[in-house]
Design a protein around this ligand. Sequence first.
Ligand SMILES: Nc1ncnc2c1ncn2[C@@H]1O[C@H](COP(=O)(O)OP(=O)(O)OP(=O)(O)O)[C@@H](O)[C@H]1O
Ligand SMILES: [Mg+2]
Length: 265
Amino acid sequence: MSGLQKIAVTGKGGVGKTTLTALLARIYAQQGRSVIAIDADPAGGLANALGLPREVVEQLKPISEMEELIYERTGAKPGSYGGFFNLTPRVDDIPDQYSVVYDDIRLLKLGTIDVGGSGCMCPESALLKALVTHLLLYRDEVMIMDMEAGVEHLGRATTQAVDAMLIVVEPGRRSLEVAGRIRELASDLKLQRLYAVGNKVRSAADRDFIAAHSPVPIVGYLSASVEVIDADLRGAPVYEVAPQVVEEAQVVLAAIEAKVQESAS
Ligand SMILES: Nc1ncnc2c1ncn2[C@@H]1O[C@H](COP(=O)(O)OP(=O)(O)OP(=O)(O)O)[C@@H](O)[C@H]1O
Ligand SMILES: [Mg+2]
């Protein structure tokens, strides 16, 4: 059993998507698997959560802002709408060429495109979409994608390749409402295997609250932890500073793998 391959992490702003992505990436890397972590969140803190040195973080430019690359591959200037451009740009060299590897985890920063809702037909979105498709379908490492509260990088053609989509929720109505909206978007795309991970849990009452309101099955919980906050303050990798949460994340991951296997059989 080789385990999961492609995991997408989504949820309301600030719930802990980036923290969970970093934890899962680390756990897989420690299991000796090759891992690519994808930062597709405009807030873009995954490099920090993985503990990359600040000089490296500062040099990391998201693909969505690489104007020359976008122009070279699509034949159109970023920001131009309409007109002609290549909808199937070459992307196969991008994951290796434009990523950094740190502590056995490859990190690729995608960035996002501000399209104000519905999908735009612009060169940068064509490139990102092609890239995500490539990552999902043609690369055989474990991929963990830190997304914002949407599914816009995913298309109908690729959703089958997503083994699990995790919606991070916290004890609070808003994150659970957002989870409901994500579930709807996901079902439009026929994305299956959607699971919630409860984060920042302080008590049994918090768990009960999440369990009572989650629109999707829950695969586990991570405690609210001062160590996680400390890691953030110190710019240290969360998995080095917060061992209890790492253990909890291991349990969560085992639960996800069990669910996915169950749904496949
Ligand atoms: N289990 C936890 N206990 C305590 N603090 C946490 C926990 N998980 C995350 N945090 C803190 O909450 C904040 C948001 O976490 P994180 O950046 O992972 O969320 P996010 O969903 O990626 O946010 P954004 O939407 O801004 O990208 C951070 O300061 C992080 O340190
Ligand atoms: Mg984030």
